[in-house]
Design a binder for this molecule. Structure first.
Ligand code: F6R
Length: 243
């Protein structure tokens, strides 16, 4: 794992956005894995700004998002489909038909199977963006998820529900289940970038980097990935063992 530490969040987001822009320019038909939540938000803003100013072309790019809440239709304001359309896709020239977010409604088992097949058909994810939960989850792969999982339905932990309650009217209205790419799906990405900032993420970052590889800390499996870079601010990096 490579680690880059930034003095402030703004330069971190600029660096991640630049990496994505460079990757799209190098391979216009790139397959991107994308995340929702607060971690990538300003990275996406920087990508849109670059597109407006420099015209970076997304017309051939294909994307796959990590996850979606079960029970929320794509038009729901808290669905991850809605988040992606409004936070990124609508600001780029990417045809929405080339953007994939698992459906949280309908036959979810079929959704999981189809999602894996669709990823495989593209030749696999070239560059995957991740955030990390305070409990070490990646995607919605909560602690205890087997490392060999592919896209599946998962029950969200209380910690995750409470963490995401800020986006809903109350913790009770947060869906209790989600569809998520599995840990093996994520590990199959050729290159992985994980963003974390703020002191709330410091313990998870310490455990994923310096701790043992264990299913109780899902992100620790990234120690075994051949091309993963962590983009951290100083607060998120504060508990790491010095080199
Ligand atoms: C989002 C996702 C989650 C988040 C994680 C961190 O698609 O899969 O793993 O990346 O919960 O969330 P934030 O960025 O809101 O702190």
């Amino acid at each position: 794992m490579q680690i880059q530490i930034f003095q402030d969040k703004e330069s971190l987001h600029r660096a991640v956005a630049q990496m994505f822009v460079d990757a799209v320019k190098a391979k216009p038909s790139i397959v991107l894995g994308l995340a929702t939540g607060s971690s990538p938000l300003e990275t996406y803003e920087n990508m849109i700004k670059d597109h407006q100013e420099n015209g970076t072309d997304y017309s051939e790019v294909v994307t796959f998002n990590l996850d979606e809440y079960i029970g929320l239709d794509g038009s729901h304001s808290q669905s991850y489909r809605h988040f992606m359309n409004t936070s990124l896709f609508n600001g780029l020239n990417i045809p929405l038909g080339q953007t994939n977010v698992p459906s949280g409604t309908g036959d979810v088992d079929k959704t999981c199977e189809d999602y894996e097949a669709k990823i495989a058909n593209t030749g696999g994810i070239d560059l995957q963006l991740l955030g990390i939960g305070t409990n070490g989850h990646i995607g919605f792969n909560e602690p205890g998820t087997p490392f060999d999982t592919r896209t599946h339905v998962t029950e969200l932990t209380k910690e995750t529900i409470d963490g995401n309650a800020r986006f809903f009217e109350s913790a009770e209205s947060v869906p209790k289940k989600a569809v998520t790419m599995g840990i093996q799906t994520i590990m199959d990405a050729k290159k992985i970038v994980l963003i974390a900032y703020g002191s709330k993420k410091a313990a998870a970052i310490r455990d994923m980097v310096n701790g043992p590889i264990t299913e109780s800390m899902p992100a620790s499996i990234l120690q075994d990935h051949s091309d993963t870079t962590l983009f951290l601010d100083e607060e998120a990096a504060a508990l790491l063992k010095p080199e």
